[in-house]
Write a protein that binds this ligand. Sequence first.
Ligand code: NAD
Length: 326
Amino acid sequence: MKVLMTGGSGFLGSEMCKNIVEAGHDLRVIDDHSRGRPARLEHFGDKIELVDGDVRDPDAVRAATEGCEVVWHLAYINGTRYFYEKPDAVLEVGIKGTLNTIEAALDCGVRRYVLASTSETYNEPTHVPTDESERLMIPDVTNPRFSYGGGKIGCELLTLHLGGFRGLETVIFRPHNFIGPDMGFEHVIPEIVERIVKMSDGLKKTEIDLPIQGDGSETRSFCDVRDGARGAFIAGEKGENGNIYHVGTEVEVSIRHLVESLGRVLGVTVNIIPGELRAGGTPRRCPAIGKLRTLGYEPEYSFDQAIERAAKWYADYHLEKAGAAG
Ligand SMILES: NC(=O)c1ccc[n+]([C@@H]2O[C@H](COP(=O)([O-])OP(=O)(O)OC[C@H]3O[C@@H](n4cnc5c(N)ncnc54)[C@H](O)[C@@H]3O)[C@@H](O)[C@H]2O)c1
């Protein structure tokens, strides 16, 4: 079976390529590499056909979709900084990219269309752990921050009520905080690891005081990207038509526990200094994954295993950078 993935040279896409190739599918990837990197796919050799293209370009998307039975649509502009700096592009890539991929899928006789959405669509949940029935919301439409989550709400609607209504099988998966090496720099783990490495003078000091935003009682769940990719793959491959699946782990941890655990992994005792909490932060977030479990999914990597792998990659990165500069 031939399948197309958009955004396949990104963090999650390149991991999911393994699941798709291992399942024996013939994979084509389209990406403009604005955040992704072709090097992430080099080890697949000719098992992946890589097309350089922009999902905003309907002709490029149409050509890439030709002959495919399934479309996995992951391309999107991530990174909190960009939500403020270029909300227009976030919405344009989000909405045009989704419309173009759905229209191409309909034109080319694609059977199934799978959309990567996000937990940001429900923003601050009414219940935790949060299942797929949670209402979606944009807390403040005048705030460009919500170009990301608001755009994804539009993408979910287009998937279900345009693509689905016109005859595509549709599945939506919502990743919850996938982590791992090379996940980008705009995330709490890369940020905290960089600060621990710098404040400990390259991990030479064994104890540091670390100011953080708030008192660390906010919670999140952190899912190893290898589990996340497998979960997303299972959702898209086996999920029921017209359904949404939360992907992540149900292990809810406080930011305080995360920061102390990152210190432990790096051999530094971190004394947390509570600070001002930034406005608009979501106090708790953790998915319920029971629906995905019914399809046979179970996370394999623990919180400790997941953060150790990510933290060591970022610590090595900063230590090498400092070594090269010195
Ligand atoms: N990683 C997570 O924890 C997480 C959480 C929630 C949602 N998601 C969603 O999963 C998907 C993949 O996320 P990721 O973490 O791999 O992010 P990423 O930024 O690493 O990957 C996105 C990919 O899309 C590509 N892209 C961006 N604009 C494009 C365009 N105009 N045309 C073609 N390609 C374009 C980028 O180059 C990149 O390779 C996204 O839709 C994201 O919103 C991920």
